[in-house]
Design a protein around this ligand. Structure first.
Ligand SMILES: [Zn+2]
Ligand SMILES: [Zn+2]
Length: 250
């Protein structure tokens, strides 16, 4: 199915199930998306990991209910808006088989790659690394994880690719080289890079790097993600995306 134009899409929306979003219901997001005149709303909750080892994802036991509820809402609202049920996933090599099973097993419609974690050679992740280790290894580790994830062909887009540089306070040749490799991998795989509106909203976190986006050639596909964990975020970010697309703001 062909996607509607960017201004009619609302992409990368979370729900209350990940535990760090507001308590608003799925239907409140859907109604607000309809009020915005959107044609498509893509939910992508944080992928649960078996054993729930990380603290910011949907717990494993909520996965069936997430899919069931949203599929029912998809039917209920079918004549008013296209709802897509997906997942934002970490690519960890040890989880590849599991990630691969998500779409067929649960009937998910898409996966996006959101690389907040990476795996060390011994199979542990950077999740419990101390600050010093993270300072040294997070950027190359996340970049390698992201590129390997892109190459699996499992993901339809790369969420906030520039967020891996969040510990940096300046941009140099090293960052440029890493950024170019990520951009090339996405282009080879023919999947879009996501300009993440929440990253743009918080300059103090250094999630958003204009230097990264300057390296992206016009032929590389882009998607705008609201990355909403609240209805208001979804609405405000959608309004902002439309302003960007109309050239009213940069
Ligand atoms: Zn989140
Ligand atoms: Zn997200």
């Amino acid at each position: 199915m062909q996607s509607p134009p960017l201004e009619d899409r609302i992409y990368h929306v979370h729900t209350t199930r990940c535990g760090h979003a507001t308590e608003e219901t799925d239907e409140e997001y859907i109604e607000a998306a309809i009020a915005l005149g959107a044609k498509e709303l893509s939910f992508s909750e944080h992928m649960p990991v078996p054993g729930d080892p990380f603290n910011y994802q949907m717990p494993m036991h909520r996965l069936p209910e997430y899919v069931e509820t949203l599929k029912a809402l998809q039917k209920k609202y079918a004549d008013r808006i296209t709802i897509r049920v997906g997942m934002e996933c970490e690519y960890l090599p040890s989880l590849e088989g599991y990630i691969r099973s998500l779409m067929p097993e649960y009937g998910l419609e898409f996966l996006i790659l959101g690389q907040h974690l990476y795996e060390h050679p011994d199979g542990t992740t950077n999740f419990r690394d101390d600050e010093e280790t993270r300072e040294r290894f997070d950027v190359p580790g996340l970049a390698e994880g992201m590129i390997a994830g892109i190459r699996t062909g499992l993901f339809e887009a790369v969420a906030h690719p520039d967020r891996i540089f969040r510990r940096k306070r300046s941009w140099g040749e090293e960052e440029t080289a890493i950024a170019r490799r990520i951009i090339r991998a996405a282009m080879e795989q023919k999947i879009p890079l996501e300009i993440n509106m929440e990253s743009r909203n918080f300059p103090e976190y250094h999630f958003y790097w204009p230097e990264f986006w300057k390296l992206v050639p016009p032929e590389c596909e882009i998607v705008y993600g609201v990355d909403a964990h609240a209805v208001k975020e979804m609405v405000d970010n959608t309004v902002m995306i439309r302003k960007i697309l109309r050239g009213e703001i940069e």
